[in-house]
Design a protein around this ligand. Structure first.
Ligand SMILES: [Zn+2]
Length: 231
């Protein structure tokens, strides 16, 4: 009996330590589908009550959305399920789980750089593991399951996996558990494909350029003031 209790305890512990990008995600897929079907129903109801003028406005908004939405890389069904619907590839089945080739892992949907192969380590969890991301490449979000931390591509917001802290695999004490299908490895020395920038990234770049121009103008004004004081 005691052995049986120990077995249950060990199983529970190993599941919590090696919670990959697992089971909660399938719930997430059904929640996502449910949400979209509910909102679809609401759209239908709203359309019925719209005047012709409202319909024209809404059509033009849809056109704007089409124009601003970039054309990302074409994805397979599995890649779409993971990157766009927050699904998870099977453990130990991904192409990059045990890869040790030097290079840069980029987002399969938008080509943004996510991880350097130098940050990759073997965790035996069944998915590629990294203890650091390329600066600015990955965002952390509270997962819908209420306890994990989801990681997404900063540029296109495609789902990558989850990040786990405090497991002491490496000195950085961080494990990015990433689906292979969310990434593409560009081997060292090869040309990196151009990033397909999202409206969010373009807006960030615009704000940064404006802030830099403002700072430059302020510095010029300050220096002009200094010159006139000296004269
Ligand atoms: Zn991306």
């Amino acid at each position: 009996m005691r052995n049986f209790q120990l077995l249950i305890l060990a199983t529970t512990l190993s599941c919590s330590v090696f919670t990959g990008c697992g089971s909660a995600d399938s719930t997430l897929i059904s929640e996502t589908s449910l949400t979209s079907s509910t909102s679809g129903q609401q759209d239908v109801n709203q359309d019925k009550s719209q005047t012709n003028e409202d319909k024209k406005k809404s059509a033009s908004k849809k056109d704007d959305r089409k124009m601003t939405q970039p054309k990302y890389n074409t994805l397979t069904r599995l890649e779409r399920d993971v990157l766009e619907k927050k699904g998870t590839e099977r453990a130990f089945a991904g192409a990059y789980t045990d890869t040790k080739i030097a290079g840069t892992y980029i987002c399969r949907r938008c080509n943004a750089a996510l991880y350097d192969s130098k940050s990759k380590f073997h965790s035996d969890c069944g998915w590629p593991s990294f203890d650091d991301e390329i600066k600015g490449g990955v965002d952390r979000l509270p997962d819908a399951d209420g306890y994990r931390i989801e990681i997404v591509c900063h540029n296109c917001e495609g789902h990558l996996g989850h990040v786990f802290l405090g497991e002491r695999f490496t000195e950085k004490n961080t494990r990015h558990c990433v689906n292979s299908v969310s990434m593409k490895l560009i081997q060292a020395g090869r040309t990196m494909p151009e990033v397909i920038k999202s409206p969010r990234t373009l807006a960030e770049e615009k704000r940064k350029a404006e802030a830099e121009a403002e700072a430059e103008a302020a510095a010029k004004a300050k220096s002009a003031l200094k010159d006139s004081d000296q004269n």
